[in-house]
Design a protein around this ligand. Structure first.
Ligand SMILES: Nc1ncnc2c1ncn2[C@@H]1O[C@H](COP(=O)(O)OP(=O)(O)OP(=O)(O)O)[C@@H](O)[C@H]1O
Length: 241
C-alpha cells in the first residue's frame, strides 16, 4: 500500500531522514520508534503529504506522491481522505468553536450533506467517547481530551490509513490504555495504523510491527512483534527511549 524507496529528507541545517526504504501493507499496526530527533515525525509528515522528500520516492498504491502531485488541491484532498494524521501538538489541529463543529469540519469540506455530516459527528463522538464534550470549546479541553477530539476529527473523514504522532503523550496510564484499545479496534476494522511513540511499555503488546530509527535518521531495525519478543536486548533499548 505504502512504498518508500531511497527516501531522503533534509531540513535547512540538518538531515531528517536518510535513505529510507520501507513498505507498509494494508491493515498493519506499525509502531515507529527511535531516539529524539531520529526522524519519526518527519516520516509521518511525508506520509501525510505535509512534506515532500528531497530525493527518493513515495508511492501510495500505484500513485507517486510528489511535490507536483501535491500542488493540486483536489489531489491533496484525496490524499487527506486516505491518510489522516493526528499531530503531536493537537493545538495546531483544533481551531473550531465547538467539538461538534471540529468533527464536522472535514466532512463539510468534502461536500457531504447535513444528514451525513450529523451522522459522522455522532459516530465519531461515540467512537472516541467524546459525547459529553460535544459543545465544549476544543482549545479549552485537557490534553487527553484534545487528543481524543483530534482523533475524532480525523476519523470523520474515514481515512484508510491513520498516522499518529505520540498519541499517548500527556495521557494518564488509563487514558493511554483507552487510546490503544481504540486504535486496536480501528485496526481490527481494517484501518492501517502507523504510530510514533516513545512509550514501549504501553505499545509493545499492541504493535504488530516495530520500525526503529537510529540517531543518524536511518532505519535501524524493522521487526515483527514476535521477532522483538525474542530479542531482550532490543526490548531493553526500546525501554530507554
Ligand atoms: N522544522 C524543522 N526545522 C529544522 N530541523 C528540524 C525540523 N523538524 C525536525 N528537524 C530535525 O530533523 C531531525 C528529525 O526530527 P523529527 O522531528 O522527525 O524526529 P523525531 O524522531 O520525531 O523526534 P522526537 O522523538 O523528539 O519527536 C532532527 O534532527 C530534528 O532536529
Amino acid at each position: 500500500m505504502i512504498k518508500l524507496a531511497n527516501l531522503c529528507y533534509d531540513y535547512p541545517n540538518t538531515c531528517g531522514l536518510d535513505h529510507l526504504d520501507l513498505t507498509i501493507n494494508t491493515g498493519e499496526f506499525v509502531c515507529l520508534m527511535g531516539p529524539n530527533g531520529s526522524g519519526k515525525s518527519t516520516l509521518l509528515r511525508i506520509l501525510s503529504g505535509l512534506a515532500t522528500p528531497k530525493t527518493g520516492e513515495y508511492w501510495l498504491r500505484d500513485q507517486a506522491i510528489t511535490a507536483n502531485y501535491l500542488s493540486d488541491a483536489q489531489r491533496r484532498q484525496r490524499l487527506h481522505q486516505t491518510v489522516g494524521m493526528v499531530f503531536q501538538n493537537t493545538d495546531v489541529q483544533l481551531f473550531n468553536t465547538s467539538v461538534a463543529e471540529e468533527i464536522a469540519f472535514g466532512p463539510r469540506q468534502l461536500g457531504l450533506n447535513d444528514a451525513e455530516i450529523a451522522q459522522r459527528v455522532t459516530d465519531c463522538l461515540h467512537l472516541t467517547a467524546c459525547e459529553t464534550l460535544r459543545d465544549r470549546v476544543p482549545y479549552q479541553l485537557s490534553g487527553g481530551e484534545k487528543k481524543r477530539v483530534a482523533l475524532a476529527s480525523v476519523l470523520a473523514l474515514n481515512p484508510e490509513i491513520l498516522l499518529l504522532d505520540e498519541p499517548l503523550n500527556g495521557l494518564t496510564i488509563a487514558a493511554q490504555q483507552q487510546m490503544l484499545t481504540l486504535l486496536q479496534r480501528l485496526n481490527a476494522a481494517g484501518k492501517t495504523i502507523i504510530m510514533a511513540s516513545h512509550n514501549f511499555q504501553q505499545v509493545q503488546a499492541v504493535g504488530q510491527r516495530f520500525i526503529i530509527f537510529n540517531s543518524l535518521h536511518q532505519l535501524d531495525a524493522d521487526m515483527s512483534q514476535a521477532d522483538l519478543q525474542s530479542q531482550p536486548e532490543r526490548q531493553a533499548q526500546l525501554m530507554t527511549l
